[in-house]
Design a protein around this ligand. Structure first.
Ligand SMILES: [Zn+2]
Length: 317
């Protein structure tokens, strides 16, 4: 069967980093938990729309690209792009709890919670319109002229929203197929080869957003992070190294490679370059040679020699 989803969504690195921080803090930090919950909801909302495209086959030639970060006049990020040889559609997904209201002047999304708390967000209409303009510029730079449509998707059909009259449609995920089927279909503006080239070009131009390390955004947690290798069986931090791997003092469980997650956590939390000393401190290893051996066994970029040797991680590998 042909594959219609040519770029799939992955968990955002920021969500992974926040999760590592929350697990490694002795007590909860409301600002961190709130950020995590909002991001998690956003990601969950985007997955709701992904499910529609997983389960629905459209009759035309098309491709779906999740989470596309491109640059034209400036950086922009598209939650889901639906593209055919005749047109492109940008879907901006919103999953925000509470009663929502979109106002026009100034453009804003206002959310009211049951407890009375009111918060303003960027208007999804402005976001969609701006993304359409930026994608148009991106196409223009490649001599492509395709009509671009934009829609806001509210992830859950329970979501209530108060809107003004706007040309940008607001849809629930299950209405997306009908919306697409009703778009004007003109004869294809791109031949098959040009369409394939355009899809490949979009994917190749995607630049992953690498978030600021969590401890740089929230410096107050830097000294509170619980170090050590986490036990995959019971979650205890501080497995001890023995010849073949790691042993958990709490449950006596063992693991060959539990250090890999700990090293990843370190890069998500602190970022930058890891030195042998950082590795020993974070993984609770005494010997320099042991740390060297461990670091060589992980897929890291190595720079320098001897005492100055440093390691960096491509978090997207
Ligand atoms: Zn354990």
């Amino acid at each position: 069967m042909r594959e219609f989803i040519s770029k799939r969504r992955k968990e955002p690195l920021l969500l992974e980093g926040l999760s590592a921080a929350i697990k490694r803090l002795p007590s909860s930090l409301p600002v961190l938990e709130a950020k995590y919950a909002a991001l998690k909801a956003g990601f969950g909302g985007e997955q709701q729309l992904d499910r529609v495209f997983e389960n629905y086959l459209f009759p035309m030639n098309y491709q779906v690209l999740h989470d596309l970060a491109l640059t034209s006049s400036t950086h922009f990020q598209i939650d889901t792009l639906f593209i055919t040889p005749s047109y492109a559609v940008i879907f901006e997904v919103k999953n925000i709890a509470g009663e929502l209201q979109v106002i026009n002047n100034p453009p804003q999304l206002i959310r009211k919670l049951d407890n009375g708390e009111v918060k303003g967000f960027n208007s999804p209409i402005t976001q969609v319109q701006s993304n359409c303009e930026l994608l148009r510029d991106w196409f223009h730079a490649r001599n492509v002229s395709l009509p671009i449509y934009g829609a806001v998707v509210l992830a859950y059909s329970k979501q209530r929203i108060d809107l003004f009259d706007t040309p940008i449609p607001f849809l629930y995920p299950n209405a997306v197929p009908t919306y697409i089927r009703h778009l004007p279909t003109e004869s294809p503006l791109l031949d098959d080869a040009a369409f394939t080239r355009l899809t490949h070009d979009l994917i190749a131009s995607h630049r992953e957003f690498i978030p600021t390390p969590i401890c740089s955004t929230y410096p107050i947690i830097r000294d509170k992070i619980i170090t050590g290798v986490a036990c995959p069986s019971c979650g205890f931090f501080g497995m001890t190294k023995y010849m073949k791997g790691w042993r958990c003092p709490a449950c006596d469980g063992t693991s060959i490679d539990a250090h890999k997650q700990a090293i990843r956590d370190w890069f998500l939390l602190y970022g930058g370059k890891m030195m042998n000393k950082d590795c020993r401190e974070f993984l609770h290893i005494e010997r320099q040679q042991t740390a060297n051996r461990i670091l060589r066994g992980v897929d890291l970029y190595v720079e320098g020699a001897n005492r100055n040797r440093s390691y960096t991680m491509n978090l997207r590998l």
